[in-house]
Ligand binder design. Structure first.
Ligand code: GCV
Length: 750
C-alpha cells in the first residue's frame, strides 16, 4: 500500500473507531446496530471503493492536520517551541550542576534535561561542580555551602522553591533551589512550565510555597483491578488480587502528580480490602512505592479497622484493647521496614457498612488514635474520614437529615484526635452533588487537623462522559467564608490549618485515573486533576488562570483553541447543574444505581437520605433551625443568617435549605417551577451549543482528540435532552403546573 492509500485506510479506520467510541458511550441499541452494519458494509468492496473516493475528497477539503496525540502526556507535552519563541531562551546555561545525589534530585535533573531538549532542542550536560555558567539544582543548605551570601527573599517552607539568577563564583547561573529535594523537583517543573507557556525567564526571581503540607490524591482501586467510581479504565496498580507486574503507568502517574505539587497517593479503595495488610502483600505494595519514590510521591494505604481481627487473627479489633494497639504497632513497623517513606493510612469506618469503633462502643478518635500512635514514630499520618452516616434513616421522619451526620459525629470529639491524625471532610455535607453548601464541620473543629476531600472523578457530575470542570465549584467552596467568631475564616484557611494553627492539614482529591491512555477517559476531564493540584498548591489561583494554563499546556497556544476550550470548561459546571439539579436540589440522579442517569424518584422513600422531598405542592428539604431539621444550626451564626430565611437564602441553594411551593417566587422574579423548566431547557440548549463551539476547532486540534471530544459533546447534547425531559416531565406530573412556554409535555412534532 502506498502512503496515500495508507492515509485513506487510516481515515476509514479512525471513522469506524470513532463510531465505536460513540456507541460505547451511548451504549444504545441504535448506535450498536449502526456500528455493526457499517462494519459489515465496509466488507463490501464496491462500497469500500465509494467510501475511499469520498474519503479522498474529504481529506482534500479538510484543514491541515495537527500531529496526532493520545492525551497520555497530559499537560507535560513539552512540544517544541517555534524557533522564534525558542530564541528568548538562548542564554540558558548549557550545563546543569547537581548539589546532592538523592533520587529525587537526579529525577529533577533528568526532567530538566529532557524538557529543555524537547522544547528548545538544547542539550544540557551535567556536572557535579560549578565552573562556568550552569543551572544549579539543590537545596538551600547545599547552596549556602557554595554561595553563603545567597538568601531567598522569603524563608522557604517544606516543598517551597526559589528560582533565581545569580552570579556564583564569577559565573552566571540559574538557580533552582528549595527547602528540600522535592521542592527542587517542583521548581524544575515550574521552570519547564514557564518555557512551555513562553514566559520570560530573563529576570526571574520567584518564590513559590505550598498553601498546605497535605496535597494528596486518593485512588479508589480494588485489588481485582476494578476502580469504584473510576471512568478511565482498569487500575494502574492492581489486577487479579495482586499488584500488577508492569508498573510503568504508576511511575508516569507519579510524575504527573509531582508536576502539580501533589506529594501523596493512597492507592486503594477506602472501602478497603483487609488483604492489603496481609504478610506478603506489603512486599508487593513496596514495588508501587518504588515507582513513586523518584517523584517524591509518598504512598499510603486505605485500611479496614477490623484488620487486627481479619488479618491478624485476634478475636477483637477494639481500638482500646492492648493487643490491638500492639498489632497496629507491629504492622506499621513491618511496613516502614519495607517502605521507609510510607505516608500513612486512610480510614473509612462505621460508614456504608464498614466496620468501625461503634462495635465496641468506642469513639472515632479512639479508632484514629490507635493507628496514629503506631504511625507517629515513623512520621506517618492517619486520615480519618468524616463521611460517617446512617444509611438506614427513617425517611418518614421529617426531622431526620443525613447532612447533619458528619458534624454530629465529629464536632463532639474536637480536641481528642492526636496531632498526626487528620479528619478528612468531603466538601459538602451529602456526597459530591453538583451543588451543595460547604460542610459545617470545617468550622466545627478548632483543635483537630482537617483536610478537605474533593472529588476529581466525576461520580455525580457526568462521569467524564460529559464535561464538568469542577475548579469553579471548588473555588466557591475554598473561598467560602465561615465567619468564625466574626472573623474572616475561609474554608481554604481552615483546612490548611492556618486559622487554628494546626500542625498539619490540606487537600485530598479522589482521582481514580485508570489504564486508559488519557488517564481519565476523557481528555478534557484532565483539567480537573490539574486544577486540583494547582488549587492544593495555591487555592488563591483563579479558575480562569488554572484553565488557561492547562489548556495551553495540553493543546498549545493557538488563540482560537485557548479561547474556545477555556470558555467551554468555565461554563460547563453551570450547564451541567442546570439540567441535572438546579436550585440546590442535588444531582437528581439514580442514587440506587449508577449515579449517572436521571432518576429523581430513587432519592425518596429509602434510608440513604439524599432526599429532595418533592411532592404535589412543592420541593426541597427544610433544614432550618426554626421549623426544619436544624442543620443550619451547625454553621457559625453569620452563615446561619445567610441560609435560615427565605429572604436571605441564595436561589442556587434554596431547595437544599428550604421546602417551598412550586409557585414560590425566587429572587430572580421567576417561580420555582418555571425556573426548573427554563433551567433544563436552557442547559440542554447550551450543551448542544458545545458541539458547535467544538467544531470550530477542527484542524486546530489533532484529529484524535478532536474526534474523541466531538463524539463526547454530541453524546452530551443528547443526554442533556434526556435529563431535561425526564426531570421536567416528572415535576410536571407532580405539580400539575404547566410550563408558561408550552414546552413541557408537548414535544415538538417531527
Ligand atoms: C468509595 C459515595 C460513593 C461510594 C464511595 C463513598 C465514599 O457513597 O458512591 O462509591 O465509596 O461515597 O466516599 O466512601
Amino acid at each position: 500500500m502506498n502512503s496515500g492509500a495508507r492515509t485513506i485506510a487510516w481515515k476509514i479506520r479512525s471513522w469506524a473507531k470513532n463510531l465505536l467510541l460513540y456507541s460505547n458511550i451511548r451504549k444504545s441499541e441504535f448506535a450498536m446496530k449502526s456500528t455493526r452494519s457499517i462494519t459489515a458494509a465496509l466488507r463490501c468492496t464496491a462500497l469500500k471503493t465509494a467510501i475511499l473516493c469520498a474519503a479522498v475528497f474529504c481529506a482534500m477539503a479538510l484543514p491541515p492536520r495537527v500531529a496526532a496525540e493520545t492525551g497520555a502526556k497530559a499537560w507535560l507535552r513539552y512540544s517544541a517551541l517555534t524557533p522564534q519563541a525558542a530564541k528568548s531562551y538562548e542564554r540558558l546555561p548549557r550545563k546543569t550542576a547537581l548539589l546532592g545525589d538523592s533520587l529525587v534530585l537526579k529525577t529533577a535533573q533528568q526532567e530538566l534535561t529532557d524538557g529543555v531538549a524537547q522544547m528548545l532542542g538544547l542539550t544540557l550536560s551535567s556536572s557535579g561542580t560549578v565552573a562556568g555558567d550552569a543551572i544549579i539544582l539543590g537545596t538551600l543548605n547545599e547552596l549556602h555551602a557554595l554561595s553563603p551570601a545567597l538568601h531567598s527573599p522569603q524563608e522557604l517552607r517544606v516543598d517551597g522553591y526559589w528560582i533565581t539568577q545569580a552570579k556564583i563564583r564569577g559565573s552566571k547561573c540559574l538557580v533552582i533551589t528549595a527547602f528540600n529535594d522535592r521542592g527542587v523537583l517542583y521548581g524544575v517543573f515550574a521552570f519547564l512550565t514557564k518555557i512551555a507557556l513562553g514566559e520570560s525567564i530573563a529576570a526571574i526571581s520567584e518564590v513559590q510555597q505550598p498553601y498546605a503540607p497535605i496535597r494528596w490524591v486518593n485512588q479508589w482501586d480494588n485489588l481485582d483491578g476494578r476502580i469504584e467510581r473510576g471512568y478511565g479504565g482498569a487500575s494502574i496498580f492492581f489486577a487479579d488480587g495482586k499488584v500488577r507486574d508492569d508498573l510503568t503507568r504508576a511511575g508516569q502517574y507519579a510524575r504527573l502528580l509531582a508536576s502539580i505539587g501533589i506529594n501523596g497517593c493512597t492507592i486503594n479503595n477506602v472501602n478497603a480490602a483487609p488483604g492489603v495488610l496481609e504478610d506478603g502483600f506489603i512486599a508487593q505494595v513496596r514495588r508501587i512505592a518504588d515507582a513513586f519514590r523518584p517523584w517524591g510521591v509518598q504512598l499510603s494505604l486505605s485500611v479496614d479497622l477490623s484488620s487486627p481481627e481479619v488479618v491478624g487473627g485476634l478475636n477483637t479489633f477494639d481500638p482500646l484493647d492492648p493487643r490491638v494497639t500492639e498489632w497496629w504497632r507491629n504492622k506499621v513497623g513491618e511496613i516502614y521496614r519495607q517502605i521507609p517513606d510510607f505516608g500513612g493510612f486512610v480510614v473509612k469506618a462505621d460508614s456504608e457498612g464498614r466496620s468501625g469503633p461503634s462495635t465496641y462502643g468506642r469513639s472515632h478518635s479512639d479508632a484514629a488514635n490507635v493507628i496514629a500512635r503506631a504511625l507517629k514514630q515513623h512520621g506517618g499520618v492517619v486520615f480519618y474520614r468524616a463521611f460517617v452516616y446512617n444509611h438506614h434513616l427513617d425517611w418518614r421522619n421529617l426531622k431526620n437529615d443525613r447532612a447533619k451526620a458528619a458534624y454530629e459525629n465529629f464536632h463532639p470529639l474536637d480536641g481528642q484526635f492526636d496531632d498526626n491524625a487528620i479528619v478528612q471532610i468531603k466538601n459538602g455535607p451529602i456526597d459530591f452533588q453538583v451543588r451543595e453548601p460547604v460542610s459545617p464541620l470545617f468550622a466545627g473543629l478548632r483543635r483537630t487537623n482537617e483536610a478537605i476531600e474533593l472529588q476529581i472523578t466525576q461520580e455525580y457530575t457526568g462521569q467524564q462522559k460529559q464535561l464538568c470542570f469542577l475548579v469553579p465549584m471548588w473555588k466557591e467552596v475554598l473561598d467560602f467564608d465561615m465567619r468564625i467568631d466574626g472573623n474572616s475564616t475561609p474554608v481554604k484557611d481552615l483546612v490548611s490549618g492556618r486559622v487554628f494553627h494546626r500542625p498539619v492539614g490540606g487537600f485530598a482529591g479522589v482521582a481514580n485515573v485508570g489504564l486508559d491512555e488519557n488517564w481519565l477517559g476523557s481528555p478534557l476531564a484532565m483539567a480537573n486533576l490539574y486544577g486540583f493540584g494547582r488549587l492544593a498548591w495555591n487555592p488563591n489561583l483563579s479558575a480562569e488562570t488554572v484553565v488557561d494554563e492547562w489548556t495551553r499546556l495540553t493543546f498549545g497556544g493557538d488563540p482560537l483553541v485557548v479561547k474556545t476550550i477555556t470558555g467551554l470548561q468555565l461554563s460547563s459546571w453551570h450547564v451541567y447543574e442546570s439540567y441535572t439539579g438546579p436550585l440546590g436540589a442535588g444531582t437528581l440522579t439514580n442514587i440506587l444505581g449508577n449515579h449517572y442517569d436521571p432518576g429523581p424518584e430513587s432519592s425518596e422513600e429509602n434510608g440513604w437520605g439524599q432526599w429532595h422531598r418533592a411532592d404535589h405542592n412543592g420541593s426541597g428539604m427544610n433544614r432550618t433551625i426554626a421549623t426544619g431539621t436544624g442543620f443550619i444550626g451547625q454553621y457559625p451564626p453569620a452563615v446561619q443568617k445567610l441560609y435560615e430565611t427565605l429572604a436571605d437564602c441564595p436561589d442556587n441553594l434554596l431547595l437544599f435549605f428550604h421546602h417551598v411551593s412550586y409557585t414560590y417566587v425566587l429572587h430572580s422574579g421567576k417561580t420555582v417551577i418555571q425556573h426548573v423548566y427554563d433551567s433544563h431547557y436552557d442547559g440542554a440548549e447550551e450543551a448542544a451549543g458545545f458541539v458547535a463551539q467544538w467544531k470550530t476547532l477542527q484542524g486546530h486540534v489533532d484529529d484524535e482528540r478532536y474526534r474523541d471530544i466531538l463524539a463526547r459533546f454530541e453524546y452530551q447534547a443528547q443526554e442533556a435532552v434526556v435529563w431535561r425531559d425526564t426531570i421536567c416531565n416528572w415535576i410536571y406530573r407532580l405539580s400539575g403546573i404547566p410550563d408558561q412556554k408550552g414546552r413541557v409535555g408537548n414535544p415538538p412534532s417531527h
